[in-house]
Design a protein around this ligand. Structure first.
Ligand code: ZN
Ligand code: ZN
Length: 207
């Protein structure tokens, strides 16, 4: 049965962080969470000039892997990521897709030369993972700033929102999961685009 959420560390990711994330995800989603073996960062999708990885290339790498029992696969990326037209992304997922990614570096306070705050970093990571999983379960962005599906344009938005789905999103999630279990799933329209969590225009693309 494909029931679990599998976390795949890509690049340098602390095992203790993954264990913490798995525990908290289980508490929030009440779904089994498994940690897979670490994968190296791929050469495909690497932008040498910006030292960033393209989110779609990382998701494609994960999509090629057969992971037993995985209903969803979350790549926890130990490197900065971007998408075409966006100078960075916190995470990325495809509506209805199996794979999502979350990039770690920019979730650290120290990335912006501020004193590191481990609790804050972990809270951000948990919210971003739940958010991207929400997209894979068919949820779009929510207007409620407290809801985990609220769009994070900046980390401030991430810090304001909670880790839980609002009532409306919970309702949608329940319907989406029910449909996925029924024969209707194949008739459910699925958007075929990758939705970044953060949208910031690249300065070098806007001279
Ligand atoms: Zn909501
Ligand atoms: Zn989103």
């Amino acid at each position: 049965m494909n029931k679990n959420i599998t976390l795949v560390p890509v690049g340098i990711v602390e095992s203790e962080l993954l264990s913490w994330l798995a525990r908290r995800l289980f508490e929030v989603l009440a779904q089994k969470v498994v940690i897979a073996e670490k994968l190296p960062l791929p050469s495909a999708g690497y932008d040498r000039r910006c030292q960033q990885y393209q989110g779609a290339a990382l998701r494609a790498m994960l999509s090629k892997r057969s992971i037993v029992g995985a209903e969803r696969v979350v790549g926890v990326i130990g490197a900065d990521c971007y998408a075409p037209g966006l100078n960075f992304i916190f995470g990325q997922a495809r509506m209805g897709g199996r794979e999502a990614i979350v990039a770690l570096p920019r979730l650290h306070q120290s990335f912006d030369n501020q004193p590191e705050d481990t609790a804050l970093f972990r809270a951000r990571l948990l919210k971003e993972v739940v958010h991207e999983l929400g997209h894979t379960w068919g949820l779009s962005h929510c207007a409620d700033p407290q809801c985990v599906m609220h769009f994070s344009n900046t980390l401030h938005d991430t810090d304001v929102k909670g880790v839980d789905f609002c009532e409306r999103c919970q309702f949608r999630l329940a319907i989406s999961k029910k449909l996925a279990k029924s024969d209707c799933a194949s008739r459910t329209p699925q958007a075929d685009w990758a939705e970044p969590t953060a949208v910031v225009r690249s300065p070098w693309m806007n001279p």
